[in-house]
Design a protein around this ligand. Structure first.
Ligand code: AMP
Ligand code: ZN
Length: 117
């Protein structure tokens, strides 16, 4: 998709701090980190939602998840990490290209969102 910022990053048209790349995904530093370590794993195929995936896309996403687990120690995530995939409006997904947030480098308390407006 032409105006997608993550497609542009994948193509190299927008610079990023890249930590890993293979035929299925890239892993980059989030430009606005929300934890001591915050990466984005971005599948190279453009789609927004898990509900839009084909069966092949689902297999590829599974491979991406496995690869994340394999490279985690090289990313400083030996003690664990949290994966987040924001989907749609309530999750406040801002980039409509599916991506996996990888958070770590510290203890990550799961906070209570119920009092948020
Ligand atoms: P989401 O809100 O789940 O769609 O997450 C989008 C993420 O992309 C946010 O955490 C942004 O900080 C991050 N982001 C946006 N533009 C860039 C960029 N050029 N390089 C790296 N991360 C970015
Ligand atoms: Zn895209």
């Amino acid at each position: 998709m032409n105006d997608c910022i993550f497609c542009k990053i994948i193509k190299g048209d927008i610079p990023s701090k890249k930590y890993y790349e293979d035929e299925l995904m890239i892993v980059i530093a989030d430009i606005d980190p929300k934890a001591k370590l915050h990466y984005l794993a971005i599948p190279k195929k453009h789609y927004k939602l898990l509900s839009e995936m084909s069966a092949d896309d689902a297999v590829d996403l599974g491979k991406c998840m496995k690869k994340i687990s394999e490279i985690a120690p090289t990313l400083g995530l030996e003690n664990g990490y949290r994966l987040i995939i924001n989907q749609g409006d309530d999750a406040i997904q801002t980039v409509p290209h599916l991506h996996i947030h990888i958070l770590g480098g510290q203890k990550l308390v799961l906070r209570d969102f119920r009092t948020d407006v």
